[in-house]
Design a protein around this ligand. Structure first.
Ligand SMILES: Cc1cc2nc3c(=O)[nH]c(=O)nc-3n(C[C@H](O)[C@H](O)[C@H](O)COP(=O)(O)OP(=O)(O)OC[C@H]3O[C@@H](n4cnc5c(N)ncnc54)[C@H](O)[C@@H]3O)c2cc1C
Length: 460
């Protein structure tokens, strides 16, 4: 008999796991339980009259293979698009400064390029980095922001590293593990790079040429729909899993759906929901306390995206968007001029702009209602353009607990959680942005690996 598989959460991670399991376990009966009205989770394409617009993730790192490979497998390569040549600006000291070139996630390989962002005194501090002795324990991990502040000075953190990472990580770099966020840098230090500048230089030299980012013409919904279809899974939207319990050698899931409570029996279970929900579901099993406390230690941040289409009479800065220095007194954290950044979106009647709000421990702004957030986005846009926009269309989307903090030692924490699950809840796998890393490629990689482990287990 084919395996009965329950996937809890129909975001990218859950759908990818379902797709991989369908391939690895022919005959499996896969059910995807999704609490929301539609699958996709943080991949959420909506429509303005002028065409599709992203309200969640808008791109992925194309230099990592996971997303590009999956797009190719699903026959979507023709829809791949890359950004144009414009780089972002940094909002610092009330003015826009072009993001210096030659940085790696904001980490400078050549401090002389930072003159527009740093004061002469700050530049002098940063330029001494190559002379400072660096003590590094191979295999160790440290908070990225603390190391950069110590080596280059705090201004490099607030004006370069945190604004750059803010698009993907909701936490400041002082809360992020170096090895988790820039593994190549930690590895270069492990191999004996004597300074951060040297380690960054090694990484930059080894970079594969070609565009860093990619997206899909038509929106992420192409990927979501293709995955759901190729998985052959029975997708049950508006059905939330509320508990998982062992039943013989398998599991029974309690589901709260639009037609009341029901249960689903499964041999294999994939938990693919944001970390607070995952901790709750594992707690309900009553047998995985260690995993629950491991997951409960991972903090999450909420955010909101306001998508605008504004009249083209507004003069946008000649950049792809605006990253905000973390000491800047403005409520938004980033702004993308989507129709500037992506040439395929530049044929819209208006300019497409996305404004993001919300950071870890700083989500007061998210208490504002949708009209208020839209007004704040318009006022932020007016601030960077010097005149008020005429809004043609707008949409707001909130993302609660969507981004997990990937702190130092995160990999060891997840390994311990996985160990306990294998021991106490065999056949249950945890995937998603709180496991192997935030971001589309990491979620795909994590989901596929977990699905392969489940398939192997079932076949053994
Ligand atoms: C605003 C924003 C912008 C981003 N931008 C980028 C980007 O440009 N590039 C990039 O690489 N990454 C980006 N990311 C990160 C990336 O989108 C996510 O890491 C990834 O999509 C997470 O997928 P997931 O399936 O693990 O989780 P989710 O997308 O959160 O999906 C989880 C699903 O589980 C459902 N669910 C929750 N509880 C239950 C339950 N009890 N029962 C059933 N279903 C449940 C939810 O409704 C949801 O659909 C962004 C994230 C956000 C929030």
């Amino acid at each position: 008999m084919g395996a009965r598989v329950a996937v809890v959460g129909g975001g990218l991670s859950g759908l990818t796991a379902a797709y991989q399991l369908a391939g690895d376990l022919p005959g499996a009966r896969i059910t995807v339980l999704e609490a929301g009205d539609a699958v996709g989770g943080a991949l959420h394409t909506t429509d303005f009259p002028s065409g599709p617009v992203e309200l969640g993730a808008e791109a992925f790192i194309a230099r990592r293979p996971e997303a590009s490979d999956l797009v190719a497998e699903l026959g979507l390569t023709d829809a791949l698009r890359h950004p144009g040549l414009l780089g972002p600006a940094i909002l610092t000291g009330g003015r826009l400064v072009p993001m210096p070139t030659g940085t790696l996630m904001g980490l400078p390989s050549d401090v002389s390029t930072l003159a527009g962002v740093l004061t002469p005194e700050e530049s002098a501090v940063a330029s001494r980095e190559p002379e400072l002795p660096l003590r590094w324990e191979p295999g160790s991990d440290v908070p990225l922001g603390a190391l950069v502040a110590e080596r280059f000075g705090p201004a490099v953190v607030t004006r370069l590293v945190d604004p750059m990472l803010g698009g993907v990580y909701a936490a400041p770099s002082t809360e992020l593990g170096l090895r988790e966020v820039v593994p190549g840098l930690a590895e270069a230090l492990d191999r004996g790079a004597p300074t951060l500048t040297a380690a960054i230089g090694t990484l930059m030299a080894g970079r594969v040429p070609g565009p860093v980012f990619a997206t899909l013409d038509g929106g992420y919904r192409l990927l979501v729909d293709a995955l759901a279809q190729a998985s052959g899974a029975l997708v049950r939207t508006r059905n939330a899993c509320t508990a998982i319990h062992r039943l013989g050698s398998g599991y029974v899931l309690t589901v709260s759906g639009d037609r009341g409570l029901w249960s689903l029996e499964a041999d294999l279970v994939v938990v693919a929901v944001p970390v607070p929900h995952a901790a709750g579901l594992l707690a309900a099993t009553g047998v995985a306390d260690g995993a629950v406390s491991g997951l409960s230690g991972i903090r999450t941040a909420s955010s909101a995206v306001v998508a605008l289409e504004v009249d083209r009479s507004l003069a946008l800065p000649d950049r792809s968007g605006v990253l905000v220095a973390t000491d800047e007194p403005v409520p938004f954290k980033a702004m993308t001029f989507s129709s500037r950044k992506w040439p395929h979106l530049d044929d819209r009647p208006g300019h497409l702009v996305r404004v993001s709000f919300g950071r870890l421990d700083d989500d007061e702004v998210l208490a504002v209602d949708d009209r208020g957030l839209t007004a704040m986005a318009e006022s932020a846009l007016a601030g960077v353009c010097g005149s008020a926009p005429t809004t043609l269309h707008s949409r707001v989307r909130r993302w609660d607990d969507a981004l997990a903090e990937i702190g130092p030692g995160h990999a060891a924490r997840i390994a311990a959680v996985r160990g306990e699950l294998a021991d106490r809840l065999p056949g249950v796998e945890l995937v998603g942005g709180a496991t192997e890393g935030v971001g589309v490629p990491a979620c795909i990689g994590s989901a596929r690996a977990a699905a392969r482990r489940l398939a192997t287990r079932w076949q053994d």
